[in-house]
Design a binder for this molecule. Structure first.
Ligand SMILES: Nc1nc2c(ncn2[C@@H]2O[C@H](COP(=O)(O)OP(=O)(O)OP(=O)(O)O)[C@@H](O)[C@H]2O)c(=O)[nH]1
Ligand SMILES: [Mg+2]
Length: 287
């Protein structure tokens, strides 16, 4: 509690400065952790730890242990955010694109990638993660099948994020070759984020992706997207169903789900922290 109060005081000042300098930009409310720390406790919990925010809607006998598998302290989250903010020598930028593995850039630094059905919100999620570096161009679209190449974004010398074309709808012909080959061959791949639409839960195409990741023996994480659009009851139902499925039928899946909204920034701060952690850039202090 004391830690939270102290962080809120410091955050208040920097938040004001940010607001003053942010004129003219599109809405980025809650994009920065200092802003989130200004929220009242319940709202703060909902934005930073969306799963915990759902606990009040659950029956008392529901086991929520896996809601806290990854449970960083607020200071860990603040330290992780620094990696997602560009500064003098720390450059965050688009690096290159590839349609085949032999075109993929040779990068030794740790990498994470984002896969999932077309239109599920992969590019939007990367855009939200990079909201503190608005000059980084990440293209999103209402039209499914928008991202047609593997797009590599370098976060300084620390790690790389890879935006993938979606599967399922009008996927590029060589999608299977491109993404499957990447997942199988990429040596520096530390974690794969499989995005699932929180409004509809696991679909046939998602099950195929899960089977593929299980077969390749690749560690992956399920991210539930667009939670701002899902009524709470539906969200709770889908969270519990997916969690139950992951527990009973998967080996490589991280037990905790990561619900996110790329519009409201719910879950984005926690995900930044998780990415910093799995890429070896954030030893935990308070977990
Ligand atoms: N309300 C809401 N809409 C979202 C969210 N994330 C993405 N969207 C919308 O969903 C649509 C698709 O988003 P993209 O990020 O382009 O999806 P994608 O998975 O990259 O799609 P492909 O590149 O075609 O595979 C866009 O209209 C986004 O504005 C979210 O968190 N909340
Ligand atoms: Mg895309």
């Amino acid at each position: 509690m004391l830690q939270l109060q102290r962080m809120r005081r410091v955050a208040g000042a920097s938040c004001l400065l940010r607001r003053l300098s942010a004129t003219g930009r599109s809405s980025t409310k809650n994009a920065s952790f200092s802003e989130v720390l200004q929220l009242e406790d319940k709202k703060l919990t909902g934005v930073v730890f969306p799963l915990r925010g759902l606990e009040k809607y659950l029956a008392p006998d529901v086991n929520t242990a896996s809601f806290r598998t990854f449970s960083p302290g607020l200071d860990d989250i603040r330290r992780a955010e620094a990696l997602f903010k560009p500064s003098g020598r720390h450059v965050i930028d688009y690096f290159s694109s590839a349609v085949r593995m032999d075109h993929a850039p040779r990068l030794a630094q740790p990498e994470v990638c984002f896969v999932g059905r077309s239109n599920v919100g992969k590019s939007s999620l990367i855009k939200a993660l990079f909201s503190l570096a608005p000059e980084v161009e990440v293209r999103v679209s209402k039209t499914p099948g928008h991202t047609k190449k593997m797009n590599f974004f370098k976060v300084g010398k620390y790690f790389t994020l890879v935006d993938m074309p979606g599967y399922g709808y009008r996927a590029p012909q060589d999608f299977a070759d491109m993404v499957e080959a990447y997942l199988q061959e990429r040596q520096n791949l530390k974690r794969t984020f499989l995005l699932v639409d929180s409004l509809v839960g696991l679909q046939k195409a998602d099950h195929i992706a899960i089977e593929m990741l299980e077969e390749f023996g690749i560690p992956y994480v399920l991210v539930l997207t667009k939670i701002d659009k899902a009524p709470k009851g539906l969200l709770v139902k889908n969270v519990l169903e997916i969690q139950d499925f992951a527990e009973k039928h998967t080996q490589g899946c991280f037990p905790q789900l990561f619900p996110v909204s790329s519009i409201e920034y719910s879950g984005i701060h926690l995900l930044r922290c998780f990415i910093a952690h799995v890429t070896g850039n954030l030893p935990m202090m308070n977990s």
